[in-house]
Write a protein that binds this ligand. Structure first.
Ligand SMILES: Nc1ncnc2c1ncn2[C@@H]1O[C@H](COP(=O)(O)OP(=O)(O)O)[C@@H](O)[C@H]1O
Ligand SMILES: [Mg+2]
Length: 289
């Protein structure tokens, strides 16, 4: 962790003219968007960056609840815990879709304007296709898509022939990311870096015949994403939610820090290196191998 910290400290924050926007997205619930977004937020805070977070899955509100658990933890036991500047955006309740889209656009733009003094904006999105989610994606510098370690989750990226596992066509979500890449390019010539992150990896099955690794590898060029290994399945993630804490907050010398957590923290460092660009293409390949 020390070496990584040094690299980040060397990066000049003044060099960033606007916040770097990280959007967690896919069109499936329960793959780890909120958990991973919370880990990204707290990791960036720990490394001295100012962070704004936006929950556009405000109805479900997992990230907002995670942060409210954290606020309580901070008040009761851990005054050292850093907090992001947090916002929730609810979907419009207007019945007319055009009017609803206009209202949601205004809500997003207003909130986004309040985040401009931060180094990073991290946006957690719902597990379904909404106007607000698409609009948020079109502001991303990096889209992070967590997928679980199963062939079912690959469906989120691509339609596969069930028997031959041949790629039939990109998924609706992949097409959506392409559309938002186009929208961003039209708006400000910007680019979106799409990173697919495996989450809840089952170490026992990782190399089995159902391993998704070879398919992901083939897909990454064709669909246009990078992929990194992400997190193994670990019970600690569920425990930490209630405490409002993340792997970054556990004191390395405390009893809580078990060997498995050291490994999990290393997974987080690798993910952050891949997101922040502290890697060469060769390293990303090694991470995913
Ligand atoms: N690596 C992991 N290991 C174990 N449980 C995990 C892991 N990542 C996420 N979870 C759990 O999976 C559930 C869904 O995660 P969540 O982040 O809410 O997904 P999403 O935001 O995509 O719906 C939560 O109960 C969370 O604690
Ligand atoms: Mg969520």
């Amino acid at each position: 962790m020390g070496a990584t910290l040094k690299i980040y400290q060397m990066k000049s924050l003044q060099g960033m003219s606007h916040p770097r926007v990280i959007v967690l997205g896919n069109e499936k619930g329960g793959t780890g968007k909120s958990t991973v977004s919370m880990h990204i937020i707290t990791y960036l805070l720990k490394h001295g960056y100012s962070v704004a977070s936006i929950d556009i899955d405000a109805r479900q509100g997992t990230l907002s609840r995670y942060l409210s658990n954290r606020a309580q933890q901070k008040e009761k036991n851990r005054p050292d815990l850093a907090m992001p500047k947090h916002f929730e955006i609810f979907n419009s309740t207007l019945e007319n879709r055009t009017e609803a889209n206009a209202e949601e656009t205004e809500r997003f733009d207003e909130t986004f304007a309040k985040c401009q003094d931060c180094d990073f904006v991290v946006i957690d999105t719902p597990g379904n296709d909404t106007f607000l989610s698409r609009y948020a994606h079109s502001h991303a510098d990096v889209v992070i898509t967590p997928i679980n370690d199963s062939l079912i989750d690959l469906d989120m990226l691509v339609r596969l022939d069930p028997a031959s596992k041949e790629i039939l066509k990109p998924s609706l979500y992949a097409e959506n990311v392409w559309d938002q890449k186009k929208n961003k390019a039209i708006r400000n010539h910007g680019k979106i870096d799409w990173v697919v992150v495996r989450n809840r990896k089952n170490i026992a099955h990782a190399k089995g015949k159902n391993s998704i690794e070879p398919i992901l590898s083939a897909l990454s060029k064709r669909i246009g994403f990078r992929f990194v290994c992400g997190f193994s399945e670990r019970i600690i993630f569920k425990e930490l939610f209630l405490e409002g804490m993340t792997l970054t907050d556990i004191d390395p010398k405390s009893q809580k820090m078990r060997l498995a957590h050291v490994a999990a923290r290393q997974e987080l460092v690798q993910l952050m290196d891949a997101i922040l660009g502290n890697h060469t293409d060769k390293q990303v390949k090694q991470i995913s191998a």
